[in-house]
Design a protein around this ligand. Sequence first.
Ligand SMILES: [Zn+2]
Length: 285
Amino acid sequence: RFGLGKNGNPIYPEIFRRPATAAGSSVMAANLIKDGGIIHHPAGGTHHGLRDRASGFCYFNDPVLGIYALLDSGLDRVLYVDIDAHHGDGVQIAFAEDERVLTVSIHQEDLWPKTGAIDDIAGGMARNLPMPGGMHDDEMRFILFEYLIPLGLSVAPQAIVLQCGCDTLAEDPLSRQLLGNQSIWEVVGAMTRLAPRSLVLGGGGYSPYGVARCWSGVWATINGIEIPDVLPITAENILRVIKWAHSRGRQPASELFTTLADPWRGGAIRDEVRDRVKRLRGYGV
Ligand SMILES: [Zn+2]
């Protein structure tokens, strides 16, 4: 009945405490930024959780609970932006009827849960940009400049909640996207400037090296810390002790240990991407 023990929601010793801690942290974060500020909560971002059902390894939906806490603090204009490789279905469903929250999801079109088509606006308060596999840094930048920033300026949200799943990185085994971490940091830097309050969450991410490097850089971006060309040995040692049983973890490239920033993984903006962004802009806000 609650989806436990099946469909990607395994029963494990921390089945309650781990997701409950993440959910409580999103609520706490919302309260801490009541008067302004930015919080980075990388254990949050479980965007598939449903009202009464676990889904996609999300037992509670901490973004939804964090947004409710923001609304409870008196806000009535919240923008949720989800750049995870998977559709942010649980958050969209939660606020589909709620005029106080606009949810935007950019996701790979053919991945589970296969919802979030471009014409799915959930009664008005959702926007979806399904992307073809192969998305690269220049396309993410294109989406940022041609869609997300104009949208943010137009909505003028009192708070932005950014689900920052990094399963879009090229080294991630679950998606076919080809991002480097720099375009993700660019999104974080730009979006957190568009509202007086920001809650930056984690999300998916299945290459432990990719996740550790990307979200460390998210932290640095939020704090205005310059990313060094070469990591100090203390940081390198932390990355080197990560064990990853996946076949891609057998011989990781040495740059994964010695640097934080990926090289910019760019390319041409594909016509279908231009067309979709144009179509999305047609929905206005
Ligand atoms: Zn994901």
